[in-house]
Design a protein around this ligand. Sequence first.
Ligand SMILES: Nc1ncnc2c1ncn2[C@@H]1O[C@H](COP(=O)(O)OP(=O)(O)O)[C@@H](O)[C@H]1O
Ligand SMILES: [Mg+2]
Length: 328
Amino acid sequence: MSTSELAIDVQGVTRIFESRKGFLFREISRTEALRGVDLQVERGAIFGLLGPNGAGKTTLTKILSTLLLPTSGTVRVLGHDVVGDVAWLRPRMGLVLGGERGLYNRISGRENLRYFADLYGVPLRERDARIAEVLARVDLTWAADRRVEEYSRGMKQKLHIARGILHRPQILFLDEPTIGLDPKSARETRKLVRSLVADGVTIFLTTHYMFEAEELCPRIAILSKGRIVAQDSVSKLRELVGGDRTFEAEGYGFDDRELETLRRLPGVSKIVTEEFGPVLRLTLRVRTGELQPDDVRRTLASHEEVSVRERRTSLEDVYLDLVEEEAN
Ligand SMILES: Nc1ncnc2c1ncn2[C@@H]1O[C@H](COP(=O)(O)OP(=O)(O)O)[C@@H](O)[C@H]1O
Ligand SMILES: [Mg+2]
């Protein structure tokens, strides 16, 4: 992959926040929000950045979209440096930080978009047609002339996205686009995101919802405490944590010898043990192959009330495994 094919190329990025607090602001608190991030995103797809609250997702999104400077490291977006080439980059990128802020409540959705079109330098001749187009795109034509204060949370989010694509950016940053939305609005937002990619827009999306990343993003990176702990396709990530099959066995009083026997079963790559009161749960990561839940049941046959079930390894399993390894 040549560098010019990359939509985003992040090398060794750190970001430290320093703020004063305490008596007469004499104490300085220091937060390392990003600790050496390397990230490569190809053009023309949805890339998902997944991580819990406080992982650094918004900080990275703001650096990528030129709103915030990195403390160190280099960032290129569409082949251009986010520190040096701001004037070239800004018209080519869209940013949707979401939430309630950034919209004018007293005027209509259409009037909001007129304001932003002028701000982004959309030619006046094209303005109203362009606005009608993005309103249709996000399915808000019917409410275009209502005041934004009458909009639901989901409608506001659609208007945010309309604003983000008004100037036809090549790359769109969406920071937690479905947070706080009801399930129906969240689903409509995901559908809209998918339709934008079909037009060739590169989308960089952050989320802390595993299923959302799994559903939308062919490739994802997992951010934990300011570090990327993995970046790959979801199926490669399943391999990385030892297999795409997961068996869960629950029961009472399994002993070390039995655990050892399970570990030696062909295909078993890893076993995690959890206690829920008196109940023990064994989670077995299993590679594609012949092993069946019955083989596990036989090993644990001396115990009563053992349940064993198989499911597909989820992105959540992958995430927990990787974040756990990082902590150890
Ligand atoms: N302006 C700021 N000043 C000080 N600390 C900040 C600031 N912005 C973010 N942080 C801290 O940086 C870390 C990462 O925050 P953020 O990027 O918002 O994470 P996320 O979006 O993944 O929830 C957190 O510990 C947060 O408190
Ligand atoms: Mg955030």
